[in-house]
Design a protein around this ligand. Structure first.
Ligand SMILES: [Fe+2]
Ligand SMILES: [Fe+2]
Length: 275
């Protein structure tokens, strides 16, 4: 099974990057499924129904998220009813939506997906390791060998340890949240594909997708300032996975990093689209 997993899609620029680059990548890599982390699709923070529909319309089949998913309340009911979107599984009982789901492809093949939030330097939620280990043992996964984990976490140590803990139990452990693609794509000893961070889709000459000015101001003064999504050249970052359908073992993981100077998000461009 040939899968593309995109890192955090940030704002209008990120959505534009997906629209511009995805059709060609889909064709070249003959992809069976495209997944993306969508926690930043609306104005750089959170998701709205409109921006989510735009992402699905651009060819994304399934959306994971992270700590910013709660920003726009309109998404709460969507998280409840749309089985193509998940939020981190280790939020306490009562949080809207679900933390894992099964994506069924047109030909009937299935992909189980789990999303979790890390604990280190983040909100202390219930343990992601225990959450993951109980998920892989759950009866619903018995006949679904292809399993992907989006571990939305800050610390590289926590992410690497998650890869080790799930090696041989899932097809891939992929990190999101830091928005900077790491160079450690690898197949672990028991057949799990691993990457510490998928990177981001959006404006790379930015502070994680946001305009430098306000971020710099906050670093200088420590006074909270409103960030706004950056403008400029767009890029797309993620990973390509080739997974054995029968065993769930990864055969290949390769980073995907697309950039084209002719595709830019300008202040005046894409009028009428929300940030
Ligand atoms: Fe993010
Ligand atoms: Fe995040």
């Amino acid at each position: 099974m040939r899968i593309l997993f995109l890192g955090d899609v940030v704002g209008k620029a990120g959505r534009l990057a997906v629209k511009q680059f995805l059709p060609q990548i889909k064709e070249e890599l003959r992809l069976d499924a495209v997944l993306a982390n969508g926690e930043n699709i609306a104005g750089g923070i959170g998701m709205t129904c409109e921006t989510l529909d735009e992402l699905f319309g651009a060819g994304v089949d399934f959306v994971t998220s992270g700590n910013h998913v709660w920003r726009h309340k309109e998404i709460f009911s969507r998280l409840e009813k749309d089985r193509r979107i998940i939020r981190p599984a280790n939020y306490p009982e009562g949080a809207p939506g679900r933390g894992h789901a099964v994506l069924t492809l047109g030909d009937g093949r299935r992909i189980a997906v789990l999303n979790m939030l890390g604990n280190t330097y983040m909100e202390p939620l219930p343990c992601p390791f225990r959450t993951a280990l109980s998920w892989v043992e759950s009866p619903e996964l018995e006949d679904i060998p292809v399993r992907l984990v989006d571990f939305h976490a800050e610390a590289t140590s926590e992410k690497k340890t998650m890869g080790w803990a799930l090696d041989g139990k899932v097809s891939a452990v992929l990190g999101t949240h830091t928005h900077v693609q790491t160079a450690d794509a690898q197949l672990l000893p028991r057949g799990t594909a691993y990457l510490t961070d998928l990177g981001m889709c959006g404006v790379e000459q930015s502070s994680l997708g946001m305009d430098f000015d306000a971020v710099f101001e906050r670093f200088l003064t420590k006074i909270p300032t409103a960030f706004k999504p950056a403008k400029g050249e767009i890029s797309l970052n993620g990973a390509y996975l080739d997974i054995d359908d029968a065993t769930g073992q990864a055969k290949e993981i390769r980073i995907i990093r697309e950039h084209c100077p002719k595709w830019r998000l300008e202040t005046s461009a894409e009028q009428g689209m929300p940030d």
